[in-house]
Design a protein around this ligand. Structure first.
Ligand SMILES: [Mg+2]
Length: 457
């Protein structure tokens, strides 16, 4: 029987192994290279065989952040680790950041300007996120940079699927805030949390069940009222295939395996659903070429959870470069899950019970077991306000699944245009006014114009 810890180890090592397999043929057109059968030298960056790349580094950064915060989700800590990877080679197999995606680089550059060396206030973090929503919340920035690092979220929060969905969304926003990226991360999270909930030892007989789970995910359903919205992008890939069999019959010529997040997800799923072993799927997905390392990492996170660590070829696990870095993070994640930090609603009710008396003194008189409290409401308040623009105006009282997606980032532009701040001419000095600037607009007054006039369109 494949245990939960085996699935967790399999998923994280799976990301690293298939990332390292695909790295040497990244950027290569399909069929233009000798088929990958094992680790090989990566001539793109001059790396030894078995060297994992940015996909694994960012996955390890996210996982280590969750471990360091004892399972409490802290976006700022995650961003700091990404920046540390970029600047200092933290969680890199070579000690340096030798490759970084364009969208990720732009986002981290913005974060570096916003955050300070010490602690940044929630308002500053929220402000920075709004800048990123505006600059990177467009369809042209729907790369796979957040999807490729998502695996730790469902692995750690699999006991609370709605919480995992919520965090999958928040984990994407610092670099990839577009709703299409958020939906892809949520679907990926949905599949892995479902896998970790499986009780049956014979996985191959259940792949059709997993396909049904995918089909029932809201974002994969067509939105006939708004055909251009992001749910339709996912549904366009999956609704033509009501059964797993028809998806399996999709020819490889129709699988693009590019850096566009939807095509990356499709390639990883196609390799997973059309093969029967971890190794077979891994070789199939990296030999698609193009963004081979990232489609490989996404495949590895999913397939590793499905098959478990014992079904990943030993020579690949042993052949990983800087394996000690991966080992430390993986064992930290396994220990965190085994501690049972997030065991489900009971734990959350207790946490909420302790949290609420300070804000609503009367509530503590009501036993938690009488008043149902959702896992969402138990998230520390400090985490709620990190991204206020991403949270629904009226949080549901009962767990809904998945949580509503935020409004399109362009909505932020509209609200900003109503502010009584002149943003069209920053070259003129702003005259001193005896009228005090409203505090809620002070930050925009000081920082908003600087960024909104330095960007492109
Ligand atoms: Mg890479």
């Amino acid at each position: 029987m494949t245990t939960t810890s085996s699935r967790i180890r399999g998923s994280l090592y799976g990301v690293a192994v298939v990332d390292a397999l695909g790295g040497p043929v990244e950027f290569c057109q399909r069929g233009s290279f000798p088929p990958v059968t094992d680790f090989r030298y990566n001539s793109n960056f001059g790396l030894s065989a078995g060297t994992w790349t940015d996909d694994t580094s960012m996955t390890l950064c996210l996982a280590q952040s969750l471990v360091d915060t004892n399972g409490e989700f802290n976006v700022l800590d995650q961003v700091k680790k990404y920046v540390k990877w970029w600047d200092e080679g933290y969680m890199s197999a070579t000690g340096t950041c030798f490759d970084i995606g364009n969208t990720t680089r732009q986002a981290l550059a913005t974060w570096k300007r916003c955050i300070k060396d010490g602690e940044s206030s929630e308002k500053e973090v929220s402000h920075c996120q709004k800048i990123i929503n505006k600059s990177l919340g467009r369809a042209i920035f729907c790369g796979n940079g957040s999807l490729m690092r998502t695996a730790p979220i469902p692995l750690i929060y699999h006991n609370s699927p709605s919480l995992a969905q919520h965090y999958a969304l928040l984990a994407s926003t610092p670099t990839h805030p577009h709703p299409t990226c958020l939906s892809a991360c949520q679907l990926y999270t949905h599949l892995i949390t479902h896998i970790l909930s499986l009780q049956h030892p014979n996985p191959n007989s259940d792949k059709s069940t997993l396909w049904t789970t995918l089909q029932n995910f809201p974002s994969t359903k067509p939105d006939t009222d708004n055909p251009s919205t992001h749910p339709s992008l996912l549904s366009a890939l999956f609704t033509p295939h009501p059964t797993l069999t028809t998806f399996q019959q999709k020819p490889s010529t129709e699988i693009k395996s590019s850096g566009y997040v939807i095509y990356t997800l499709e390639a990883a799923l196609w390799a997973f659903f059309t093969t029967e072993t971890f190794k077979e799927g891994a070789l199939k997905v990296v030999n698609l070429g193009n963004d081979a390392d990232t489609v490989g990492a996404v495949y590895g996170g999913l397939a590793g959870a499905w098959y478990g660590i014992d079904n990943i070829p030993e020579e690949w696990l042993d052949g990983l470069q800087a394996k000690n870095i991966v080992d430390d993070v993986v064992e930290g994640v396994v220990a965190l899950v085994e501690k049972g930090v997030y065991e489900g609603p009971k734990t959350y009710q207790f946490q909420a019970y302790l949290t609420y008396p300070y804000r609503f003194p009367k509530i503590h008189l009501i036993p938690a077991w009488i008043r149902p409290i959702t896992p969402r409401s138990s998230i520390p308040l400090s985490h709620h306000v990190i991204h206020p623009s991403l949270l629904p105006a009226n949080p549901p009282k009962t767990p809904d699944f998945p949580l509503p997606l935020p409004s399109h980032p362009h909505a932020l532009h509209k609200s900003r245009s109503k502010l009584p701040i002149k943003t069209t001419n920053t070259s003129k000095p702003i005259p001193h006014s005896p009228i005090p600037i409203p505090s809620k607009h002070l930050h925009n007054f000081l920082f908003g114009t600087r960024y909104f006039h330095s960007g492109g369109d």
